[in-house]
Design a protein around this ligand. Structure first.
Ligand code: FBP
Ligand code: MG
Ligand code: MG
Length: 336
């Protein structure tokens, strides 16, 4: 039985050890509180009015679910009182949200995908919240969109909450990856895994195989080799899993290894890919690298990409090092 260490206690200890400052600790605690409120709301299902369409579209032209809107409002409101933050950017908002002028402006920028896995809400499959924290590069001025366009390697913290059979919070502030589990009766997050490490080798992969006809050759080659199993060039069998919520697929990979691919393909090429660089790819790549794994878009380390736009999309290959390296190698070989 693990000693019960609350999230607050864990963060205060880390602050004492000089691993994060008081404002970053506060920021993480506020995000965790919002995630707890969301976990409770989601747990109530249709009785909380969370199912179905909101009847609106976000900036990316995607139909919003009621829960997309609820989660977005909850995170914005929870963080709007200032002190630790200067501004926020959300997958659901057209532009950045400034902390109201009446509050002191803090030194951090918060970015989030308030509700990841929207298509799974109404069918009671795990969904989540993904967040990323950057330093405000111009503490004196008023934050602009350009201040958010920092490569992922400059993140000072990132994480996600997964609302599944158990609600969990997985985060990193640059000293490894830590997992917390929500004790619903107690109403608090408790440490459930002090350190998460992704195994280097894996026999599990995650990709939406219905897109196969759109894939580019390096991805087709890689997946076909996995599908060929024992009889193919890899000489062993691989298993496939696709939840359709990035948080859930990535949580499995952080827990027991594997590779996750949402590559740029012919269908998504014009938009740059499907998943969002700032709200999905970067925070997950930060966690994966902190856990000993690797993240690439096929050609580039995800964390090195300098964003050009707030809602920029990107191809994503994340997970166990040996497999992600192989995908990158196929991209190099097939380009030359
Ligand atoms: O439905 P598809 O094409 O398999 O896409 C699933 C992917 O889309 C996403 O749902 C996109 O996230 P949102 O729900 O935040 O838009 C990912 O979580 C998931 O990996
Ligand atoms: Mg998402
Ligand atoms: Mg979303």
């Amino acid at each position: 039985m693990l000693e019960r260490i609350s999230l607050s206690q864990f963060l205060i200890e880390a602050q004492r050890e000089g691993k994060l400052d008081a404002n970053l600790r506060l920021l993480i605690e506020v995000v965790a509180r919002a995630a707890k409120a969301l976990a409770v709301t989601i747990g109530k299902g249709s009785f909380a009015g969370i199912h179905g369409e909101a009847g609106s579209h976000n900036i990316q032209g995607e139909a919003q679910k009621k829960l997309d809107v609820i989660a977005n409002e909850l995170l914005l409101q929870a963080n709007a009182w200032g002190g630790h933050l200067a501004a926020m950017a959300s997958e659901e908002e057209e532009t950045i949200c400034l902390i109201p002028e009446r509050y002191p402006r803090g030194g951090y920028l918060l970015l989030f995908d308030p509700l990841d896995g929207s298509s799974n809400i109404d069918v009671n499959i795990s969904v989540g919240t993904i967040f990323s924290v950057l330093q405000n590069p111009r503490p004196e001025g008023c934050p602009t969109e350009a201040d958010f366009l920092q490569p992922g390697k400059q993140q000072v913290a990132a994480g996600y909450a997964i609302y599944g059979p158990t609600a969990q919070l997985v985060l990193s502030f640059g000293h490894g990856v830590h997992e917390f589990t929500l004790d619903r009766e107690f109403g608090a997050w408790f440490l459930s895994k002090p350190t998460i490490t992704i195994p280097e080798e894996t026999a599990e992969f995650a990709i939406n195989a219905s897109n196969r006809r759109h894939w580019f050759p390096p991805v087709t080659r890689y997946i076909d080799e996995l599908l060929a199993g024992k009889e193919g060039p890899r000489g062993r069998d691989f298993n496939m899993r696709w939840v359709g919520s990035m948080v859930a697929d990535m949580h499995r990979i952080l827990t027991r290894g594997g590779i996750f691919l949402y590559p740029v393909d012919r269908k998504t090429q014009a938009k740059g890919g499907k998943l969002r660089l700032l709200y999905e790819a970067n925070p997950m790549a930060f966690l994966v690298e902190q856990a000993g794994g690797m993240g690439t878009d096929g050609e580039r380390r995800l964390l090195e990409i300098v964003p050009e736009r707030l809602h920029q999309r990107v191809g994503v290959v994340l997970g166990s090092k040996a497999e992600v390296e192989r995908v990158a190698q196929y991209h190099r070989e097939m380009r030359s």
